[in-house]
Design a protein around this ligand. Sequence first.
Ligand SMILES: [Ca+2]
Length: 445
Amino acid sequence: MGFAVEPPVTAAKSASFGMRVDRRAFSTFLVSALVLAGLRSRVATAEEAAAGAATFPRLMGVNIGAKHYHDASYQKDLSRLDVVILGFYKGWGPSGYAPDTTSAIRKAVKAIKARNPAILVGQYTILNEAFDKPDDPATVDLRDKLYASQWWLLNAAGRKVQWTARYSTWETNFTAWTRPDAKGQRWPEWLAERNFATFFRDIPEFDIMYFDNVMAPPRVKGDWNLDGRDDDPRNPGILAAHYAGHLAHWNHVRKLHPGTLLMGNTDNDLANPEWRNQLDAALLEGMMGERWSMETWGGWARMMERYRAVLRNTRPPRIVGFNVHGNVTDYRFFRYAYTSCLLDDGYFSFTDKSRGYSSVPWFDEYDYKLGTALSRPPTAAWSQEVWRRDFQNGIVLVNPTNATKTVTVEPGVRRLAGRQDPAVNNGAAVSQVTLAPKDGIVLRK
Ligand SMILES: [Ca+2]
């Protein structure tokens, strides 16, 4: 059935996990206006590194759940990735870790980068919704500004609206129909400045600004244009204002810190004219493994088309995270997802369903370096409806069908030698490979 079960977005997880840890530390922090000289000259190599001759695998972590970023063993796990999105909150800082919150956040990010200088580190932000919690020091500044400027999205009855009641967040009105504040700013500009001052200005080690909920159309009804009537979010005028609001936010971020890569968590293909080629990076959250996953309700081919479209509609270095949710011992599911991702140039991201966005699962296949791709991403199956892509050091096969398939490979190809699923990765030479339905394999050569 093609009914669109829409994915939840990571706001959810940030909301549910975010405020739980280290709250005790708040009272001990003075959020100082620490301005460290020279930090604005960014490390210019981040983009170059990502855009250079790509080697595979490329791995991304969505780690906006648990907040123990100061923990050395968590830092070590995170540092094994190529890209990681973190979810610090305003005021973060474990007791005794650093003299103030900016120093604390910076210290944790620097510790990860000390282990892996090439890693790109992102920080979570969100435009379209906010908490309304007067006692929450991490978000009360947002809430106060939204009330003072009347930038909440209200419905015709004058009430705040939410796309889901699950996370205690409420929609903002970031369209140009709202009244600007005394500085001439609306929510997209004001929030860009707030997040810049909170996370990016004094912590130049952040490479990526992550925007949650780059959704289209909006998932609520409300009175965006302030005429007293609820608007259909699919109305072209409403949709255009919605696109323009996000774009205004991105443009203001670029103006403030042009060296930062912009990553959107997108539930669409970014093909609309306002958004096409605006973002440097994207996250495809939960492409597989959930009831609401595109692969689940739309099928593999449709999911792959989304993956290709988002790669096409981002701009270099096109850091596109292909995120899936699974059980860490379901190796068939892992292989199916991992090899699907390797058919194109994205970054694979596996989230342990049982832990949310709070761990770094690791698989034997990650340790096998495929090197550069020898072929462009395939646009058709190779043999027996099995898809294939070749790399310097190996071959990747995917069977996306519901039938078992056996294919013949050339001499000199071997299975990986692994510990987790030794029946599959037994190191043996192969000439024929049998793949279960919705399975894949990495072979070495
Ligand atoms: Ca209206």
